[in-house]
Design a protein around this ligand. Structure first.
Ligand code: ATP
Ligand code: MG
Length: 392
């Protein structure tokens, strides 16, 4: 029996004139992800994209798994392809849904008739097919309010489709539809989650990571690269910028008051990030900060870092509890990598008593007592770029 996958759009279905652009982007993202699995034909109509496998040996489970991670999709379902003929619809439904209907106690049938030329109207399809299914699966009862199984018949242009299971999609908007932003990616739990959350809003992610050898090890960098790789099934290809940060951190240590180390370091991170962002057409920065989590994540500290920012800083985790962030990290499979115990440059030279409520004027004065500009330029020039793509 021939099966296809129906992909139902999320909130992009509500877009007006721009809908086509969003749809094209989604279809492009889907194509790229499933191409290694075989040949497919994709067609779109009425806020749905149909994925039709053209080869016999395609693993549809794997297709569902991959497409289930793509943003812009509310739901997907495997459906059986029928002739636009009631007899065929009935026979195929009985066969295709045998397992699920044998196990269920209650069901109902719904019908969507996009092709108004089909001789039966929707209520008639429901009644007739419902009756036939009750004859075959005599243990079943109809429950129109809360059925265990909803059998859906869709009469479309070329074929009819029958399905009974909706798989939840990843939601959000197609990656790329909201432009690009630069994620400050540490090896921690929060920043990969922040990247995933903004990708969900349609943002194409590039990542930047600061290393301070010999204080931080190659293993620490490798861990961050692994995190980048883990994000690709959701975010698509990611350009990864690795910034040599040792000299800047040593200069802060040698020239600034200890209680301001962290804030000044974060301001310099932001400064470098913006310069890389400008070169790579990124319209915002993204961090994994959450209010109150640590001393550098108070509102006063954020005001001090934001003071050097000329583009928006997106902080999607800002109002989340650690447990909520961890829940997502587990779901997207970054958690186990994030908790590997390698040092981050943020943990080098951490002040014993960081300022929780820093005054911007004090910070600026401390920072201006040393000319960081040559070191910033050197760090930007020494930045190395790698690209991570989804593994096939
Ligand atoms: P995370 O779990 O994301 O590491 P955190 O709770 O450890 O966050 P901080 O270490 O204060 O918090 O870092 C706050 C944010 O600064 C991170 O979420 C990340 O966006 C950015 N950041 C920290 N260290 C680095 C780094 N070495 N490279 C790039 N960005 C970093
Ligand atoms: Mg961290």
């Amino acid at each position: 029996m021939k099966e296809i996958i129906l992909v139902k759009y999320g909130e992009m279905a509500l877009k007006g004139l721009n809908k086509k652009t969003f749809e094209d982007m989604l279809v492009k993202n889907i194509k790229r992800r499933i191409k290694p699995l075989g040949r497919f034909q994709l067609t779109s109509a009425q806020s749905t994209t149909y994925i039709e496998p053209l080869d016999d040996d395609i693993d549809l489970e794997e297709v569902v798994d991959r497409v289930g991670k793509i943003f812009g999709i509310a739901a997907l379902c495997r459906a059986c392809v029928c002739e636009k003929d009631f007899e065929d619809i009935t026979a195929k439904s009985m066969d295709y849904l045998d397992d699920i209907l044998s196990r269920a106690k209650t069901f109902k049938v719904t019908a969507k008739r996009a092709d108004k030329a089909f001789p039966m109207k929707s209520p008639e399809i429901c009644m007739e097919l419902g009756g036939k299914l009750l004859e075959k699966f005599s243990h079943l009862k109809v429950d129109v309010k809360e059925p265990e199984v909803t059998v859906t018949v869709e009469i479309r242009d070329t074929n009819a489709y029958v399905h009974a299971e909706n798989i939840k999609g990843a939601g959000g908007l197609p990656v790329g539809s909201s432009g690009k932003a630069l994620l400050l990616l540490s090896g921690g739990i929060d920043s990969p989650v922040a990247g995933w959350m903004m990708a969900k809003r349609g943002i194409h992610i590039a990542a930047i990571h600061y290393v301070s050898p010999p204080y931080t090890s190659d293993r620490a960098q490798l861990k961050v690269e692994q995190l980048c790789q883990k994000l690709t099934p959701y975010c698509g290809g990611i350009a990864f910028y690795c910034v040599p940060f040792t000299e800047i951190q040593e200069a802060i240590k040698d020239n600034c008051p200890e209680e301001f180390f962290t804030i000044i370091m974060r301001r310099l991170m932001m400064e470098i990030a913006q310069r890389i962002a400008a070169k790579d057409n990124c319209l915002a920065l993204i961090t994994g900060e959450s209010v109150g989590q640590v001393a550098s994540q108070t509102m006063a500290a954020m005001a001090c870092t934001d003071a050097v920012c000329r583009i928006p800083v997106l902080r999607p985790c800002v109002g989340m509890d650690k447990t909520e962030i961890i829940e997502i990290a587990r779901k997207i499979d970054t958690f186990e990598t994030s908790i590997q115990p390698y040092e981050d440059c943020c943990t080098v030279f951490t002040p014993r008593h960081p300022k929780v409520r820093p005054q911007l004027a004090d910070i600026e004065k401390a920072q201006n007592s040393f000319d960081f500009e040559p070191l910033i330029e050197k760090a930007v020039a020494g930045t190395e770029m790698k690209t991570f793509n989804v593994e096939d």
